[in-house]
Design a protein around this ligand. Structure first.
Ligand code: AKG
Ligand code: FE2
Length: 343
């Protein structure tokens, strides 16, 4: 266990360097502790973004830098209209998107647009506070729940906005999971045990070519429902190329994480993604993660495994999956090797 914590610490430090963002998050601290460390640091990233030069420690080695910052928009992730009435067609579209991209956007999803806008305003307001105020307003105690509720002056409004926002996005997340479960013909009941709202803030960066807002990674959660607002930055890795995720007004970006890849026995693919920075405008996004409880077994669904479809992944309680995820340290090949039954 001790070495696990050592590795965790190493990963946190590595990711910390990659994370040119301040973040704010609510429960489920175990998954993203490196981001909570960041927000209470004296020198939040947003405090030095006016310094005009990127601090040495954020400059990535050449092979880890973003490369081409502008990528053609030609190959975008699917946009799925959840307002459509043909359920079979919807399920098909979602399944195909999860098989091919691991990502899609949803429109007409039922979350009121004014609630999305108001929630985003609250998130931006928090991040507009000075580093010192943010440190005062947030807690280092991972057992404290919703950090966003801790802002004193606006406690009532924030509670009014962020609570209902989370409830609506949760409904949407479960609705999408239900479509996925029907598409795969398996039950996903009981898979989700935790929710996390994580608000990322990427300040303008003095030199976007030298660093990343968020390094290449795959999410260790079941699904993420991301509110990305109107600033470009998110890119998805597909067929050895980066695809830009175009901001669409009132849409959510949805991506599945590694546990769903395991449960679907490789039918669905979680995709690696990253965030590039820009030198002009700040970017604020909110990830809403649904994830399993620690003891939940993550394994290929029994009905997807038979003599001609062998289980591609080991069966592990989620907490052990996380240990392997952390040990692989964002190296997707190493993670695949650690979880695969065939290597
Ligand atoms: O900020 C974004 O666009 C993506 C955030 C993300 O990938 C994450 O929170 O895991
Ligand atoms: Fe992510």
């Amino acid at each position: 266990m001790l070495s696990f914590f050592k590795n965790l610490w190493k990963l946190l430090k590595d990711l910390y360097k990659l994370l040119v963002a301040d973040t704010l998050f609510t429960p489920q601290p175990f998954l993203f502790p490196y981001r909570s460390e960041l927000q209470v640091m004296e020198h939040l990233v947003s405090s030095w973004c006016n310094d005009r030069s990127l601090p040495e420690s954020y400059i990535l080695p050449p092979e880890k830098r973003p490369g081409k910052l502008t990528v053609p928009l030609a190959n975008n992730i699917p946009v799925i209209d959840l307002g459509g009435h043909d359920q079979t067609d919807l399920i098909q579209q979602i399944l195909e998107a999860c098989q091919e991209f691991g990502f899609f956007q949803v429109i007409n999803h039922g979350v009121p647009s004014n609630l999305m806008d108001e929630a985003m305003s609250v998130f931006k307001e928090f991040h507009a506070l000075s580093g010192k105020d943010k440190a005062i307003e947030t807690s280092k105690d991972p057992n404290k729940s919703c950090f966003i509720y801790t802002s004193r002056a606006n406690y009532a409004t924030e509670k009014e906005v962020v609570g209902p926002y989370t409830a609506e996005v949760r409904k949407l997340g479960f609705r999408i999971l239900e479509f996925i479960s029907q598409g795969l013909g398996i039950s996903l009941d009981g898979l989700v045990g935790n929710q996390t709202l994580l608000v990322n803030h990427y300040p303008p960066c003095p030199d976007p070519s030298l660093t990343l807002g968020l390094g290449k990674h795959m999410d260790p959660v079941v699904i993420n429902i991301l509110l990305q607002s109107d600033v470009y930055g998110l890119q998805v890795f597909k067929d050895e190329e980066w695809i830009v995720v175009e901001p669409i007004p009132n849409a959510f970006v949805v991506n599945i994480g590694y546990p769903l890849q395991i449960i679907s026995n490789g039918k669905l693919k979680g995709a690696e993604h990253r965030v590039v920075t820009n030198s002009n405008v700040a970017r604020t996004t909110a990830s809403y993660f649904l994830s399993p409880s620690n003891e939940t077994l993550i394994e290929p669904a029994k009905s997807l495994v038979d003599a001609s479809h062998l289980a591609l992944y080991k069966s592990l309680p989620y907490k052990d999956f996380l240990i392997k995820y952390v040990a692989a340290s964002t190296d997707s090949k190493a993670l695949e090797e650690a979880l695969s039954t065939t290597v």
